[in-house]
Design a protein around this ligand. Structure first.
Ligand SMILES: Nc1ncnc2c1ncn2[C@@H]1O[C@H](COP(=O)(O)OP(=O)(O)OP(=O)(O)O)[C@@H](O)[C@H]1O
Ligand SMILES: [Mg+2]
Length: 402
């Protein structure tokens, strides 16, 4: 599947080229361009050139007319071939920071899974080997958004419960491009994974051989979800313009950075070969989780600088390496996503000392609502629609880092 985002001017140019090389009816047929390939264009060019090449006519008047016509045919050929060549998956595409992308947000129903599914389809269309992982262990539904009405034969539970040996045993090829590791929340206890299982799962996810691994997270700030999020190279926090969603998004960011700091000395650090440091552990715990209220990150850094400078470098590193993105979803017409993001960015700057970048925004689309009912991914159904363009813009920024 190839997703393309075209401006109106470009579409007009392509249609005119189809009209010239094929027919006016072909130019007006929306799906004709999608069905076109380079061979068809070459054959049409040869067919037209045989009739309209200036050398085919001796009469100079006719020669002039055919010469104009021939130039138009040649130009149409170039326009269409350049377009089709440009659609070929680029094999050297790679994500800017690293392969793992996590999609979180401290609220249900804000579009995390919809974005994960469609972004995965877009990234796969760029030629990236993309694996989608349903890590909403208590509310798995990513498979639905990829067209699977029924439970998958195998799920991530089989890996966690040791019924299979590896995550690759539960991978399913989807018809839309990405590979899926689906979940099954109908199994009792599927959401309650203990520490060892979480560590095993994170290790296995890191080892997935792919260009891109997208994690669809559940909508809360439990330690497991925060740890999956912190594991990623690109953390995306989704919000909508609703107060509950953007307040939840900020809470998610705060919980994630505090969790990151606590993990500097917590059991995760020790299991990864780090050393227990009781003084540092107590210091971070008091600063981030004390009954009397937590400090801002800048206050924490200032007090570490004054009271225990030996920890400063480690704490600064953990803070500066926390660079999540925001995506504002389901933006109604007339609402500026920057305004919604701005509310989170202002508080995050003040309390967390981080500039949280707005990675992109997605409007409210009937297509998307429909896709949640008939289970045809919106990006697949309408490759040239505005939802596809918004998802592509987000994917392109992840690839380029710009
Ligand atoms: N851009 C959008 N336009 C219109 N509807 C949307 C959009 N994004 C999401 N939705 C709707 O919101 C519903 C919830 O989306 P989704 O399941 O992706 O949320 P979620 O954040 O993953 O929720 P949960 O945490 O419960 O898994 C979908 O059924 C879909 O209809
Ligand atoms: Mg979801």
């Amino acid at each position: 599947m190839i997703v393309s985002r075209l401006e109106t001017g470009k579409i007009r140019e392509l249609k005119a080229a189809c009209g010239c090389l094929f027919s006016e009816a072909a130019a007006e047929n929306e799906s004709f361009l999608d069905s076109l390939d380079v061979d068809m264009v070459k054959r049409a060019y040869r067919r037209n050139a045989r009739v309209h090449h200036p050398d085919m006519n001796r009469d100079t008047v006719v020669k002039d007319v055919t010469s104009d016509r021939f130039l138009a045919i040649k130009r149409s050929y170039e326009v269409l071939v350049n377009y089709l060549e440009g659609l070929k998956p680029a094999t050297d595409v790679a994500l800017s920071r690293g392969k793992i992308i996590a999609i979180g947000g401290a609220k249900g129903g804000i579009g995390k899974s919809i974005i994960a599914a469609n972004l995965g389809i877009y990234l796969a269309s760029l030629g990236l080997k993309t694996v989608l992982v349903d890590l909403d262990l208590g509310g798995s539904n990513l498979h639905l958004y990829l067209g699977y009405r029924f439970l998958l034969r195998n799920s991530i539970n089989d890996f966690l419960k040791k019924r299979v040996g590896s995550l690759s045993d539960v991978m399913v090829e989807t018809p839309h491009g990405p590979i899926l590791i689906g979940g099954d929340s109908s199994e009792l206890g599927s959401a309650n994974i203990d520490f060892m299982k979480k560590v095993k799962l994170i290790k296995a996810i890191n080892a997935i051989e792919a260009d891109c691994v997208l994690l669809d997270l559940g909508g809360d700030v439990s330690y497991n979800i925060l740890d999956f999020f912190l594991q990623a190279d690109h953390g995306i926090v989704v919000t909508t313009r609703d107060s509950a969603a953007y307040i939840g998004a900020y809470h998610f960011l705060k919980a994630a950075i505090y969790r990151k700091l606590n993990r500097l000395t917590g059991v995760e650090a020790r299991s990864a070969g780090g050393r227990k440091d009781i003084a540092l552990e107590k210091y971070i715990h008091d600063a981030t989780m004390s009954e009397s209220g937590s400090k801002t990150i800048n206050e924490l850094i200032d007090s570490v600088r004054d009271e225990c400078p030996q920890y400063l470098a480690a704490i600064m590193k953990a803070v500066w390496e926390f660079n999540p993105y925001l995506v504002v979803n389901r933006v109604p017409q007339g609402v500026r996503p920057e305004e919604v993001a701005g509310k989170i960015q202002t508080v995050a700057k003040k309390w967390l000392a981080r500039d949280v970048r707005l990675l992109g925004s997605i409007g409210r689309h009937v297509d998307v609502e429909r896709s949640a009912i008939d289970l045809v991914p919106a990006i697949t159904r309408n490759q040239r629609g505005s939802f596809a363009a918004e998802i592509a813009a987000i994917g392109d920024r992840l690839v380029t880092g710009k």
